[in-house]
Structure formats: structure tokens, C-alpha cells
Design a protein around this ligand. Structure first.
Ligand code: FE2
Length: 410
């Protein structure tokens, strides 16, 4: 998938719908189909659209191709970003052991946390004051779990079976933000604040009339302005609930600001956007793209990361998406992958130094029948066998095979 300016569309390109919400990306044109005339392009420009994603695999337009996959492009971006380190194969094995040890605790914590999120979101919807103490205790548990294992809770944000997006999204954004903050070396005192900001980032949506928030058709400009008020409403609800820390409040009110100044409510740009706003905006879009909704299937994490990678420097601040990809991996933990020998497995640990070569637990044969499980370090295979080593050739959706991935991680 490539991101272009609408004016650069050419006849024969295929416009793709990435699943990015038009509510939050109003200048993104996402009506799927082939571009058939220059007049069509001119009309889109006249209508005020500025951005578009095209799928090179589906149109008739021939793009210049350097022969590299989207994943290889991302790997180059990650490795060109400073602060990418790798502690070696032993550290990967240790990280995998930590994941196995933490999964049961993390699953319990995720389920308990959902109760907390339900209760404060429902209370806000019903007009009650926010009570912060229980959420502070929850964030503390999230941080402790992520300190024991980088991967357990993060993998659950993608493997959960809950269907209630409003609730899971708040929790996931908190977990992903804290995990990302940890990768950025923020101290625990800051992670506490970041976790709270992530948890409450969309609180203001609870005060948006449901007929506007859930309207199936296109919103009027006035309705869109109401939706855009949710960061300020959330900020006000949190301040009224006793949150005084300006970093938490800024994380909430600035989570829709963009690097290019086209965000809201402030249209801020550059250094004016607080680090918490930058972190939460990345976690927010990643969870939105990969979550299943009533009207769409969740996108596979590697595809979502590829789309976000194409938005770097515009929607997201320089280096942020690359560092996020570094922290979760190009094939995040829990991804179901096909290897070049047609066996299938689950990614159990990322490899920040060689992002295309994670640790994989091979668990299925070429026809997806269970087989004896073997842990395969693709980086080690590459070192031993060079070009003959196995590699990842595809990423699959576990739902298509009715697979429950979580037990394979424990
Ligand atoms: Fe939001």
C-alpha cells in the first residue's frame, strides 16, 4: 500500500480503503476502485481531499518496483532509526521465557482491567464524576506486568476475544502506550502518567450524543465538529475528576494532533505536541486498525504497521512509527506466519536487530495440521544456512483457521 497526494493519482491506480476512520482522517479519500480519468482526480482535489492510499497489486498502473516487500521497507526504516539495539540470541530466549511465565497472569489482569474500564466509561456516559483511584491501581498492575514481560499483555491486545471495542480500545491504548513508553526508556513515574492518559484518552466520547457517535452515514460538518470536541471534553472530565497532572491532561487533549499540523483541536505541530500525545496517537491508530468492529474485520498487525509506516512524518512525528515498530516487531508476537518450507508457526519473540527474522514456534504443517512444536530462531538459521535458511513468506489471519493463538504463547 502506498500513500500519495490525491493530485498525484494516475489513471490505472487502484484506490484502497485502509480502514482508517474518515471521522478522524477527513481529508483521506478511501472509496475503493480504479482511477479511470484525470477528470475524476481533478474532482477529488476540488472536493478538498488531500491524501489517498493506493494498492499497487490491484491496479493496472505500473509502479517502479525495487523488488522489496513492504516488510523489508519497514525493516530498513527501523534499522536506520537510532537507538535500535539487540542483546543477542540469549536475550531473545529469556524474553520468550518471560512471556510464557507471564501469560496466565496477564490474561487474568486483562479480564479484571476490562471491569474497571467498563465501570468508568459507563459512569462518564451516565453523567457521573470520574473516580481515578481504581484506574491508578490498574495502571500500576499493567506496568508491573510489562516490566516482567514486554510481550504478554501486548499480545493480548490483539488476541482478546472481547467484542466491545469502546472498552477494549481504552485498555489497549493504555497497554500499548505504556509498552511504547517503556521502549522509549521513560521512567516508571512517567509510565504511570502515560498509562492513565492512554486509559482516559477517549473518555470525552462518552459525552458525545450516541446518534452522532454511531451515525452510520456520513456526518454533517456540524456533527463532525461535535466529534472533534471529544479530546477537550475528555480533558475537562479528567480535570473535574481531580487529575491535576498537566502531562496526563495534555496526553488526552493532544492525542489527535498531527505532525503536519492537520490534527485537532489545536492544529499543533512540531515540538508543541507533548510526547504523551505523540505516543498515544500511534497506539490509538494501531489499535483502531487491528481491532475487529461490527462493520470490519481487524487488519493483520503487519499490514496495519505498513500503513502507519506510510504515514510517518505527516500524521506521526519523525522516528515515532519506526520506534513503535521496533518495540512490537514487524511481525508482532502472536502473528501466525507461513515459512518458506510451508510450515506454519506463531511469532513468540521479536528480533529488533533483524526485524524480519523473529523467534517462531513452528506448530503446524503445510496443511495447518498440528505437528510437534519446535522453536525456530530465524536469525540463527540465517547465520547458519545463509540463503538456504527458512524465512517468513506470509502472515495469516488465525480467525480463518479458527485458531486460538494465546495458548501457543503460554
Ligand atoms: Fe480519540
Amino acid at each position: 500500500m502506498k500513500k500519495l497526494c490525491v493530485g498525484d493519482l494516475k489513471v490505472g491506480m487502484f484506490i484502497a480503503d485502509t480502514g482508517l476512520s474518515w471521522l478522524e482522517n477527513p481529508y483521506l479519500y478511501a472509496q475503493e476502485g480504479m482511477v479511470t480519468s484525470q477528470e475524476q482526480v481533478d474532482a477529488l482535489v476540488k472536493d478538498g481531499y488531500t491524501d489517498v492510499f493506493v494498492d499497487p497489486a490491484r491496479g493496472t498502473y505500473v509502479f517502479e518496483d525495487d523488488g522489496r516487500t513492504a516488510e523489508q521497507h519497514m525493516a530498513d526504516g527501523v534499522l536506520a532509526t537510532p537507538d535500535v539495539s539487540w542483546d543477542g540470541a540469549e536475550a531473545m530466549v529469556a524474553r520468550h521465557e518471560a512471556l510464557r511465565a507471564e501469560m496466565a497472569t496477564a490474561r487474568k489482569l486483562y479480564a479484571e482491567a476490562m471491569q474497571n474500564v467498563r465501570s468508568f466509561l459507563d459512569a462518564a456516559r451516565d453523567g457521573h464524576m470520574l473516580e481515578v483511584a481504581a484506574s491508578e491501581a490498574l495502571v500500576e498492575q499493567v506496568i508491573d506486568s510489562l516490566l516482567r514481560s514486554d510481550d504478554a499483555l501486548v499480545s493480548l491486545t490483539k488476541l482478546k476475544t472481547f467484542d466491545e471495542y469502546t472498552y477494549t480500545h481504552s485498555l489497549n491504548v493504555s497497554v500499548l502506550s505504556v509498552s511504547f513508553g517503556k521502549a522509549l526508556h521513560l521512567p516508571k513515574s512517567k509510565l504511570r502518567l502515560l498509562g492513565l492518559a492512554g486509559l482516559f484518552h477517549d473518555l470525552g466520547k462518552q459525552r458525545i450524543p450516541p446518534q452522532v457517535l454511531n451515525k452510520p452515514g456520513k456526518l454533517t460538518q456540524d456533527e463532525f465538529e461535535v466529534i472533534k470536541s471529544h479530546p477537550e471534553r475528555g480533558h475537562a472530565l479528567c480535570a473535574a475528576g481531580g487529575i491535576k497532572d498537566t502531562e496526563v491532561l495534555r496526553g488526552i487533549i493532544e492525542h489527535h494532533e498531527k505532525c503536519n499540523g492537520c490534527g485537532y483541536p489545536g492544529g499543533l505541530t512540531g515540538d508543541a505536541v507533548h510526547l504523551f500525545g505523540r505516543i498515544i496517537s500511534v497506539a490509538d491508530v494501531y489499535d483502531a486498525l487491528t481491532s475487529r468492529r461490527v462493520y470490519k474485520n481487524g487488519m493483520l498487525p503487519n499490514k496495519a504497521l505498513s500503513i502507519m509506516y506510510n504515514m510517518r512524518g505527516e500524521d506521526f512525528f519523525p522516528g515515532m512509527v519506526e520506534r513503535f515498530i521496533k518495540s512490537v516487531g514487524i511481525y508482532p508476537v502472536g502473528s501466525l506466519v507461513r515459512l518458506s518450507d510451508f510450515s506454519h508457526g506463531v511469532v513468540v519473540t521479536a528480533n529488533p536487530a533483524l526485524p524480519l527474522l523473529p523467534l517462531v514456534k513452528v506448530s503446524f504443517d503445510e496443511r495447518m495440521r498440528p505437528r510437534a512444536q519446535v522453536l525456530v530462531d530465524l536469525a540463527e538459521e540465517k547465520a547458519l544456512h545463509g540463503l538456504r535458511a527458512r524465512k517468513i513468506v506470509d502472515c495469516l489471519d488465525p480467525r480463518d483457521y479458527k485458531l486460538d493463538i494465546a495458548p501457543l504463547l503460554a
